[in-house]
Design a protein around this ligand. Structure first.
Ligand code: ZN
Length: 432
């Protein structure tokens, strides 16, 4: 084992689980909302989470600071205070009526590691910051024009001009600018230059998060090493235009059936996608919306119009681009063959993020040293880690097995698996 990681530290992490579990339980009690929990971005529930983390950090004597956007930093001073810092953290907001662990697990694990460092007399060379990040669930809380992950992007210099005004908070019915001001922070001081966090002053960022899919459970592993965060190409407003006609009187060869054209389009898209998977590419896809207008169409009519969406995600830009081209080619062919028009509209796009390769290697080495049998896996959902990686901070993520997905009240992580993941995080923090 590396010199900073010994049995004493491993035992100290086991001990820290008691305090961590207490925080999870109290946090759930205080932010309960029907069957789930609700911690509104820059709202009451999120602040309760920040306050509880801060209370634990103060018990441990950590330095506390809050930035202009309300992100909280709990700092264990290192031996050399001038050295670039190591950051761990995640977000304390949830989606409406979500689960207790998505986000919070990453902040609580960081504090558990610090408690174990103190108990085992381990002091890293550089400062270690546990960061509770604001408003990661931007897609749920905000509509209007924005790029998500508002808390981390606000301090990494990644906000677009005017974004604080165009992002509209659905719960408070105000702009992000007003919501941040109301929460007691300083939106006027949020600027891309100079940014609050200087990537050159950050040695690394590591985020622990529950897995949001079923892979670790199916594979029987407690921990996953995340390779990257998938990007996407999306058809947000797809249309198939055919021709409404009499379902009995129109011979089959005269029809321009929009439903049959849409079905063929999706089936052929699936065939191409499955071939990509067979070729070893990373890809997931789904048509989320597919409907006709029941006020216009009916049982005895040939359908003239279908609305649909199509979401495709991959870690690989070339796979995303190939699938986009395939969708366009298939749409053109079917349109010609069937005499319909398949209009895919404008694709929206987000880039995949490949997490730092050396940090992934370091994490695998840690898992091996700890006797934890981990697998490498992609993340389907977005995370703040992507924002750090995009700014050149060597970034990594550890996933924890979690039953029943996330963004719902039933997400289920065991404290045993959380303990395994926290040990992996401790390795990353101790050997940085
Ligand atoms: Zn999350």
């Amino acid at each position: 084992m590396a010199e900073n990681f010994d049995i004493a530290l491993s035992d100290a992490i086991d001990d820290a689980m008691v305090r961590a579990e207490r925080l999870f339980t109290e946090l759930e009690d205080k932010t309960k909302d029907g069957p789930g929990v609700t911690r509104v971005a820059w709202g009451e529930g999120e602040q309760i989470g920040h306050d509880m983390c801060e209370a634990w950090a103060k018990e441990m004597g950590l330095e506390i600071s809050v930035d202009v956007a309300g992100n909280l930093y709990m700092t264990l001073p290192g031996k050399n205070r001038e050295a670039p810092v190591f950051i761990t953290g995640s977000h304390m907001d949830t989606v409406p009526c979500g689960g207790n662990y998505d986000g919070a697990a990453g902040v609580v694990s960081g504090l558990a590691v610090i408690q174990a460092f103190l108990a085992a007399d381990i002091l890293p060379e550089q400062d270690t910051l546990v960061m509770a990040i604001r408003a990661e669930e931007g897609g749920s809380w905000f509509s209007g024009r924005h790029g998500g992950h508002l808390g981390s992007r606000a301090v990494l210099g990644r906000l677009w001009k005017e974004e604080l005004h165009t992002a509209y908070h659905n719960h408070f019915e105000k702009s992000a600018y007003e919501v941040i001001k109301d929460a007691g922070f300083d939106p006027d001081a949020i600027a891309n230059e100079p940014r609050y966090l200087d990537p050159k002053r950050i040695k690394g960022y590591c985020e622990l998060h529950i897995e949001q899919g079923p892979i670790l459970l199916a594979e029987g592993k407690s921990v996953g090493v995340v390779t990257g965060i998938r990007g996407n190409r999306r058809v947000r407003d797809g249309k198939v235009y055919g021709e409404y006609n009499h379902g009995g009187a129109t011979p089959q060869s005269y029809r321009k059936d929009a439903v049959l054209a849409a079905s063929e389009f999706l089936n052929r898209f699936e065939e191409v996608g499955l071939q990509k998977l067979a070729d070893g590419k990373d890809l997931v896809f789904n048509p989320g919306i597919l409907h006709t207008d029941p006020n216009v169409n009916g049982l005895s009519k040939v359908c003239g119009e279908v609305d649909f969406t199509l979401d495709m995600r991959s870690e690989e830009v070339d796979t995303l681009e190939a699938m986009k081209s395939a969708a366009e080619d298939i749409a053109t062919e079917i349109s010609e063959c069937r005499g319909v028009t398949i209009d895919l509209g404008e694709f929206s796009a987000s880039s995949p993020t490949i997490l730092h390769k050396d940090e992934q290697q370091r994490m695998h080495a840690g898992c091996q040293a700890l006797g934890i049998d981990a697998i490498a896996m992609a993340s389907g959902g977005g995370h703040d880690a992507a924002e750090f990686q995009h700014e050149g901070v060597p970034s990594s993520m550890v996933f924890i097995r979690n039953d029943k997905g996330s963004h719902n009240p039933d997400e289920a992580m065991t404290m045993e698996d959380f303990c395994d993941g926290t040990k992996v995080l401790a390795w990353m923090m101790a050997t940085a």
